[in-house]
Design a protein around this ligand. Structure first.
Ligand SMILES: *Cc1c(COP(=O)(O)O)cnc(C)c1O
Length: 351
């Protein structure tokens, strides 16, 4: 890895960040006449008239304890999509630099790269959805700033081999390891390695295992130096007060989160078995996430049939290595039964 000061876009080295009223005084007692808020309160029955903590300190303290990291290693954003975009904006020079993507993978990396006018070096995963290490190493260069590794990978569901990722750690830029689905996997997170590898950024989210997709809260974990860069360029109040309050409540419910994860992984095993038993299913890929990539004889027809039955799955058949594949999110026991019933009827209706 190059020194962070060389990786960051040159004009940002001297950018003076927005200084919010709450940066100047962070006590809680006093008469607050500094932020042009409405002193008479909100027009609805909710205490929302003050700007929230721009650094979400209370939430970070709790996240730090739950995840076993230090608060200064945490960035919180409006979903994981926000740190994905901020990393590109901080380190990628538009029209000059590239990111390395390993398709088939999460679509936002490519969209965000496009928005930021960054080139995309695509290194397709190998059959079995593992990393082609040799080809990825060959894609490294002076202007490749970010490498995105999604593990467990969306849409394939598998964890990336640890040794393969370890062989990539000499990357000159930052390696972003997206662990949105880590709770559903028995494999170890990369979080404990943060102190060893200054160039990794681990992404996690409240959207999947915690069941809080509507809250829009994503986490990025990295060295304090990288977190400081993200803090300097983020919108000042990027995580609203309601999100911060609900996140604090959620972080007291890790037991419940674990129960949900246990139920979903149990349902995943069940669904995997039921799908595999269908004659027109070619393959159900093993999954460490809360979805199953499934290959059908005729995915397009199954997809349309399911929509007619008001069962909505995701068509991934146009992605590389995913020909004929639909991505099925694991539902509740009842939802999975509806899906399987519908597919059995499809089976008996086709010659
Ligand atoms: C769902 C998902 C996320 C989560 O995105 P949020 O913006 O936090 O909801 C991140 N990465 C991957 C690979 C995902 O599938």
């Amino acid at each position: 890895m190059k020194p962070l000061d060389e990786l960051i876009r040159p004009h940002l080295r001297h950018l003076v960040p927005y200084s919010s009223a709450r940066d100047d005084y962070d006590g809680t007692e006093g008469v607050f006449l500094d932020a042009n808020e409405n002193a008479y309160g909100s027009v609805i029955d909710a205490p929302l008239h003050r700007y929230p903590d721009p650094y979400q300190r209370a939430v970070k303290d709790r996240v730090a304890r739950v995840k076993g990291v230090r608060p200064e290693q945490i960035f919180l954003g409006n979903g994981s999509d926000e740190p994905i975009d901020l990393l590109m904006r901080a380190f990628g020079r538009p029209g000059q630099d590239q990111v390395i993507l390993l398709p088939p993978t999460y679509g936002m990396y490519g969209v965000s790269a496009g928005l930021n006018e960054l080139g995309i070096k695509s290194v397709p995963l190998l059959p079995g959805f593992q990393i082609d290490v040799t080809a990825t190493l060959a894609a490294f260069g002076d202007t490749t700033k970010l490498l995105f590794v999604c593990s467990p990978n969306n849409p394939s569901g598998n964890v990336m081999d640890r040794e393969a990722v370890e062989r990539l750690l000499d990357f000159p830029g930052l390696i972003v390891i997206d662990e949105a689905y880590a709770d559903f996997s028995p494999e170890h997170s990369w979080l404990p390695e943060l102190d060893r590898y200054p160039n990794i950024v681990v992404l996690q989210t409240f959207s999947k295992a915690w069941g809080l997709a509507a809250l829009r809260l994503g986490m990025a974990f990295a060295s304090p130096e990288i977190i400081r860069v993200l803090n300097r360029i983020k919108p000042p109040y990027n995580v609203n007060l309601l999100t911060q309050q609900h996140a604090l409540a959620a972080l007291d419910q890790t037991e419940r989160k674990n129960e949900r994860v246990a139920k979903l992984t149990e349902q995943r095993t069940h669904l995997q078995k039921e799908l595999s038993a269908l004659a027109f299913v070619q393959h159900v890929f093993p999954s460490d996430a809360n979805f199953l990539l499934t290959r059908f004889d005729d995915a397009a027809t199954v997809f349309r049939y399911l929509i007619d039955q008001q069962v909505i799955v995701r068509d991934r058949s146009r992605l590389p290595l995913c020909e004929g594949c639909l991505r099925v999110t694991v539902g509740t026991e009842a939802e999975n039964a509806v899906l399987i019933d519908a597919l059995r009827r499809f089976d008996s209706a086709t010659p």
